[in-house]
Ligand binder design. Structure first.
Ligand code: IPM
Ligand code: MG
Length: 393
């Protein structure tokens, strides 16, 4: 195999997961050919597919295989087939096992607006100008991992509960990372909480304020999550880095996807502290779900997965050169007018192309086989542009 070569565990998952991961793999391979590296894939069956194959969403040995790779690429998990609330195994458990088991406490979700996609968002173009934000979502704490009590199957007084625990250490490490990332961007952190109600949010606010004293060059603002949800739509360009707890980050990132024109555009990186030979170990997945309604039809937008692969190149493989090429390919492909169905805004006249056709266009751009298309002179997508390395630790 060409050297260097990298090992990537691939969890295609369910619904459109296999279609979008296949696209990201093709683009990664084309990038490798151009930049002189090879990728060795380790396909792993997990999520609903894991339940069907093995009766569990993720086997222990498969978690070990993920941990042994340089990075993990994931499509999506879940679907109506496995939605029975009484079922003992759920596809989403694979995500939680991966996140917790691999120590991936930081979920980075960059949101920017591709100039070519301004018409794809329902928001007025003026609102979208200059939008370039990064949601830093805490990923291994809070409600997702707190004590849970399911309601009894029957009975007149059914009750259930979920708890939202956070330790100071968990808050400090994610807020610190947000500040480090803000240093390489516009130097602004919005810490989002519900400190007027929740005890964990009051701790969050206290710790964030303490962390800010270590970063005098970064401006910290606290914002309540309800007000943040409103500002995100009314004044999105005012945000730089948003740091928040697990569930708030989940909700705000779906909201923010409206800015980008489609949730199909958004990538994510889940990182921990562990370093590999090439970078920081991480798991990369589009923000969208398994979209069972369009699964298997070749309609899915592969760009969220492809941009996740770009984050993988940058963060886990230390290949900023290749990452930049993928991001430029996405930009050029969109500028050339290629659109999957989700990206056809009301103002667009064009017709939708398939996942495979979009991928063909991306691969051609990565290979430099298309003449460069004139695109507006704005910055490439993603929050890490121009940075050869990840955050200093
Ligand atoms: C996400 C998803 C998951 C989450 C679901 C599928 C459990 O919505 O990654 O944003 O809530 O974390
Ligand atoms: Mg979500």
């Amino acid at each position: 195999m060409t050297d260097p070569h990298y090992r990537i565990a691939v969890i295609a998952g369910d619904g459109i997961g296999p279609e979008v991961t296949a696209a990201a793999q093709r683009v990664l391979e084309a990038t490798g050919e151009r930049f002189g590296f090879a990728v060795e894939w380790d396909p792993i069956v997990a999520g609903g597919a894991g339940i069907d194959a093995y009766g569990t969403s993720l086997r222990d040995e498969d978690l070990d295989r993920c941990a042994a790779a340089d990075a993990v690429l994931l499509g999506a998990v879940g679907g109506p087939k496995w939605d029975d609330p009484a079922a003992p195994a759920r596809p989403e458990q694979a995500l939680f096992t991966l996140r917790k088991g691999l120590g991936l406490f930081a979920n980075l979700r960059p949101v920017s607006v591709e100039p070519a996609l301004i018409g794809s968002s329902p928001l007025r173009p003026a609102r979208l100008r200059g939008v370039d934000l990064l949601i830093v979502r805490e990923l291994t704490g809070g409600l997702y991992f707190g004590k849970r009590k399911e309601a009894a199957a029957e009975g007149a007084k059914r009750a259930a509960s979920d708890s939202l625990p956070y330790t100071e250490a968990e808050i400090r490490r994610i807020v610190r990372l947000a500040f480090q990332l803000a240093r390489g961007r516009r130097g602004r952190v919005t810490s989002v909480d519900k400190a007027n109600v929740l005890a964990t949010s009051r701790l969050w606010r206290t710790v964030a304020t303490e962390v800010a004293t270590e970063f005098r060059d970064v401006v910290l603002e606290h914002r309540l999550v309800d007000s943040c949800a409103m500002e995100l739509i009314t004044h999105p360009s005012a945000f730089d880095v948003i740091v928040t707890e697990n569930l708030f980050g989940d909700i705000l990132s779906d909201e923010a996807s409206v800015l980008a024109g489609s949730i199909g555009m958004l990538p994510s990186a889940s990182l921990g502290e562990r370093k590999t030979a090439h970078g920081i170990f991480g798991l990369y997945e589009p923000v969208h779900g398994s979209a069972p309604d369009i699964a298997g039809q070749g309609k899915a937008n592969p760009l969220g997965a492809v941009l996740s692969a770009a984050l993988l190149l940058r963060w886990s493989l230390g290949r900023a050169d290749a990452a930049g090429a993928v991001e430029r390919a996405v930009r050029s492909t969109l500028a050339a007018g290629h659109r999957t169905a989700d990206l056809l805004g009301s103002a667009d006249q064009g017709t939708a192309i398939s996942t495979a056709a979009m991928t063909d266009a991306l691969v051609a751009h990565v290979r430099g086989q298309f003449p460069p298309v004139a695109v507006p002179a704005t910055k490439p997508p993603g929050p890490f542009r121009g940075r050869a390395t990840g955050p200093k630790r």
